[in-house]
Design a binder for this molecule. Structure first.
Ligand code: SAM
Length: 422
């Protein structure tokens, strides 16, 4: 976790320009204008329903509504933070805001407006589409959790979530926010993430994947689209009947969280790739199928061979579960590199083998034109940028804050404060 001693704009300026952005929760478009100016996105998708699905009469709110709880309080809260003129219905006001936003960005080809909830529109974006997703919509716990969950797979590998109001209460009418608990829960579920906060009372937050699941810009995946085969196919679950056809789904460059190939239920099922020649392999990264069946790969073993006759075991997973598209793939490193032409992944058990994607890396000369697309390893770029720009920040590491993930946050005044356990 990093605690960042500057305002949100200073942080936004550090981010790489030209990314694909989404903003969830747009309101009057003030932050959208800021993002366009400071971050110079190539695309900015603005997502907001500009509509409240009320289950009560706005002008005569009951004490309690099944959807919103204390309806009178909600009317007061919304009226004050959204500056709704007296006597105007909230949805009339939001209609006008929508029209204003359309007008405001109508001449900017980078901007696409989606008048819908974040949940309704999520499925229309391809996986790994966005570099940045800014979450500032519904601040309730379930809603923020849903946004994080739904848009996680929409982010590129180095993509970043940002958001507002990492605090427990809104400024108007003390509205209760669930942002802190939702981010904590998300980090617990998806594992290794770096959290960046700042000193403001309603701090923004940024969440980035930890670098140890990423590969560097001088490494190249040489398994991509190489001939592959597998021990069997399943009449029920495989996409193709033929083993080489089916096996292609394991190294076609598509990471979905689902399975790319599926064997039959058998003793020690396997999948293998022929790299074409003997290479010095530096790393193998395996993306598991996510969900309840991920544990089937717990006893995965990896073998390497130069002739597909004699095989050396180079990794044994020993019962540990690993992820994939959730940012927690299995990463096996070879120092020094391991020479092989064939790589085989095999279960040391009787089961189905079904993985999402298998990548095999070698070091490349980064000056070569076929070097991999820019990726990083070591210090993530935004933290490097914080160092370079000499903006103060504190790394709150395990030694300083051993219980952060369970209980504590440092506040701007330096005191510690409990946050809801998850
Ligand atoms: C705090 S305002 C956003 C302010 C804006 N990000 C800014 O800083 O200029 C919250 C907005 O979230 C929108 N909103 C509420 N629920 C939403 C949802 N499920 N999906 C997307 N937007 C939502 C509301 O209509 C409202 O306009």
């Amino acid at each position: 976790m990093y605690y960042f001693l500057a305002g949100r704009d200073a942080f936004l300026r550090l981010l790489p320009k030209g990314g694909r952005w989404a903003e969830i929760g747009v309101f009057a478009g003030d932050n959208a204008s800021r993002l366009l100016e400071l971050c110079e996105p190539s695309e900015l998708h603005l997502i907001d329903p500009w509509f409240f699905n009320l289950d009560f009469d706005w002008f005569n709110p009951p004490e309690w509504s099944p959807l919103f709880g204390d309806a009178r309080r909600l009317v007061r809260q919304l009226s004050s933070w959204a500056y709704i003129p007296k006597g105007q219905h909230v949805n009339e006001h939001f209609d006008r805001l929508y029209q204003d936003v359309v007008q405001k960005f109508s001449h900017d080809p980078r901007v696409t407006i989606h008048r819908a909830t974040s949940a309704a529109v999520a499925s229309t974006f391809p996986a790994q589409y966005f570099d940045f997703v800014y979450i500032d919509g519904d601040h309730r716990y379930e809603a923020v959790r849903r946004d994080l969950q739904l848009y996680d797979h929409k982010l590129t590998e180095q993509g970043m979530f940002l958001g507002d109001d990492f605090c427990e209460h809104g400024v108007f009418e003390n509205a209760e926010y669930g942002v802190i608990s939702a981010v904590n829960k998300f980090m617990k579920r998806t594992g290794e993430r770096t959290l960046i906060l700042n000193h403001e009372i309603n701090s923004f937050f940024a969440l980035i994947r930890k670098p140890d699941t990423l590969v560097s810009d001088d490494e190249r995946n040489i398994a991509r689209d190489q001939p592959a085969r597998q021990s069997s196919t399943s009449v029920w679950w495989s996409y193709h009947h033929e083993v080489t056809e089916e096996a292609r789904g394991g190294n076609n460059g598509t990471i979905t969280g689902c399975y790319g190939f599926h064997t039959d239920y058998e003793y020690r099922p396997w999948w293998e790739v022929d790299l074409g020649e003997i290479y010095p392999i530096t790393r193998i990264r395996v993306f598991n199928r996510l969900g309840a069946t991920a544990s089937r790969a717990n006893n995965l073993e990896i073998f390497a061979s130069s002739d597909a006759q004699s095989w050396n075991k180079v990794h044994s997973n020993g019962g540990a579960q690993f992820g994939g598209a959730d940012g927690l793939p299995l990463m096996v490193e070879f120092v020094p590199p391991r020479s092989a032409r064939f790589v085989r992944l095999q279960l040391d058990s009787q089961d189905f083998l079904h993985l999402d994607e298998v990548e095999v890396y070698i070091k490349t000369d980064s000056s070569r034109s076929d070097a991999a697309a820019p990726r990083f390893r070591g210090v993530p770029p935004v933290i490097q940028a914080m160092i370079d720009s000499e903006i103060s920040f504190i790394e709150i590491n395990d030694a300083l804050m051993p219980n952060y993930h369970h209980k504590w946050l440092i506040r701007s005044d330096g005191s510690t404060r409990g946050v809801p356990a998850f």
